[in-house]
Write a protein that binds this ligand. Structure first.
Ligand SMILES: O=C(O)CCC(=O)C(=O)O
Length: 201
């Protein structure tokens, strides 16, 4: 395999910077942006209602609703472009990670960061319906953004990744138990970025 685990076992994070060619990633960016039903949603943070600093959507198989920040989302049907990316990831798992017996995903959380002012705070993808060691496959399209992993027990231990256009980041094992992640704001980033995190509920 032409990539390696950035974390120590039993946590796992692999970055495949050139998962999609730049042209393919650019055409997918446009298609995903126009096909997806993006929403500006409210969350409750420290007892205050506020808009999430990004646009979001949840797509998945029928009945695969997702509970997140106190609300439940029914899935939108898969968009053709999103399904194309999912199939490509599942193919990659069959080719490169056959010792795992492949991977299959039945839902995806989509985030549209309109500029460097949009962001995602520290959190874990540890909703109970994802199981104890969720496998998360995260594709980035558009502007390069900084993604930070921080160890929960030793917060000074951090990994700072720049997620390029067309890249795939895979997190598995104990990563969602032992590490948090975030996508901080950046004054330097002008353009938009779309992120798709495929999951299995
Ligand atoms: O945009 C990203 O790369 C992070 C997305 C994320 O953390 C999530 O969907 O849980």
């Amino acid at each position: 395999m032409d990539t390696w685990n950035l974390l120590e076992e039993p946590s796992e994070a692999w970055l495949i910077p050139d998962f999609l060619s730049p042209d393919h990633a650019s055409s997918l960016f446009k298609r995903v942006q126009s096909e997806v039903k993006w929403q500006e949603r409210e969350i409750v943070l420290f007892g205050k209602r506020m808009l999430q600093p990004r646009l979001v959507a949840w797509q998945g198989d029928p009945g695969k609703s997702y509970r997140y920040s106190g609300s439940t989302w029914e899935p939108d049907p898969w968009s053709p472009s999103v399904l194309e990316i999912r199939n490509r990831i599942e193919e990659w798992f069959r080719e490169k990670m056959d010792q795992r017996g492949g991977a299959s995903f039945n839902g995806v959380l989509l985030n549209l960061y309109r500029s460097g002012s949009d962001s995602m705070g520290w959190h874990r993808d540890n909703e109970p319906e994802l199981g104890p060691e969720p496998l998360i496959a995260s594709v980035s399209l558009g502007a390069i953004r900084r993604f930070v992993l921080r160890n929960r027990e030793h917060p000074e231990s951090k990994h700072v990744l720049e997620l390029p256009h067309g890249s795939l980041l895979v997190m598995g094992g104990a990563t969602q138990r032992d590490w948090e992640h975030s996508l901080p704001k950046s004054a330097r980033v002008q353009g938009a970025r779309i992120n798709l995190t495929f999951r299995r509920l």
